[in-house]
Write a protein that binds this ligand. Sequence first.
Ligand code: NAD
Length: 271
Amino acid sequence: MSNHLLKGKRGIIFGALNNQSIAWKVAERAHEEGATFVLTNAPIAMRMGEINELASKTGSQVIPADATNLEDLENLVTKAQEILGGKIDFVLHSIGMSPNVRKGKHYTENDYNYYGQTMDVSAMSLHKTLATLYKHDAMNEWGSVVALSYIAAQRIFPDYNDMADAKSLLESIARSFGYHYGIKKKVRVNTISQSPTVTTAGQGIKGFTEFINFSEQMSPLGNASAIACADYCISMFSDLTKYVTMQNLFHDGGFSNTGVTQQVIERFGDQ
Ligand SMILES: NC(=O)c1ccc[n+]([C@@H]2O[C@H](COP(=O)([O-])OP(=O)(O)OC[C@H]3O[C@@H](n4cnc5c(N)ncnc54)[C@H](O)[C@@H]3O)[C@@H](O)[C@H]2O)c1
């Protein structure tokens, strides 16, 4: 269904790895809503080649960029404007990776080189992207940047490990840069805190299946799907949300404000 919400808008979409990726769904929805955009991902993620399928489906070009590398980001921002024929209206940052999670390191025994990489890839990359856009004056006024987060930024979910710290930093960067970019160019910067979702990154978390079921039962509306998240991102890129900035927006079926549900409490009867 299209409402032409992004008609004439130009974007950059980070993080579409395969058709489970949240960024993949955002690209499909942005295309339906009339946007033109470039797709980008880390050069290593290109090896799978699946992104080319999305590119041809949405009439997009792919520009490889490691989001931790400033030269790659400069190239991306310059080429995106050349390809799209003008300044950028929206950016999706949909990037996360923790070597500590991947290698099964317990939070209390994190490797600090890995820890630094987690912060760089999953949080500082947002700062680097925003700083590159800012330096090149690459965004149009009222442009919108959205990064994806998770509630482990506020509350402990033990197996989320150092990604929790990265998400706290990510949300803080959105607030701080949102201030500066708002003053300079009326560009908005927000994070969307999404329900657990079955994707490559999601499944990397230990005990993910149990966890996704728990979250489902703790959310009055149930877990929000990747497609629903894409719809929310589209609304944040559209002109209907122009005065929303520097926010962390929960998109989680009510999980974040639920102490307990009847469904969950009933499991704790006579023990
Ligand atoms: N899946 C969930 O349960 C869930 C819940 C809340 C938030 N999120 C967040 O949503 C975002 C997207 O994740 P997803 O669930 O769609 O999984 P995904 O694995 O499909 O996407 C993660 C992406 O990050 C990219 N990436 C990793 N290192 C990179 C680098 N150096 N430069 C550029 N890109 C790099 C990967 O190639 C991949 O495309 C992440 O920020 C994730 O933390 C996911």
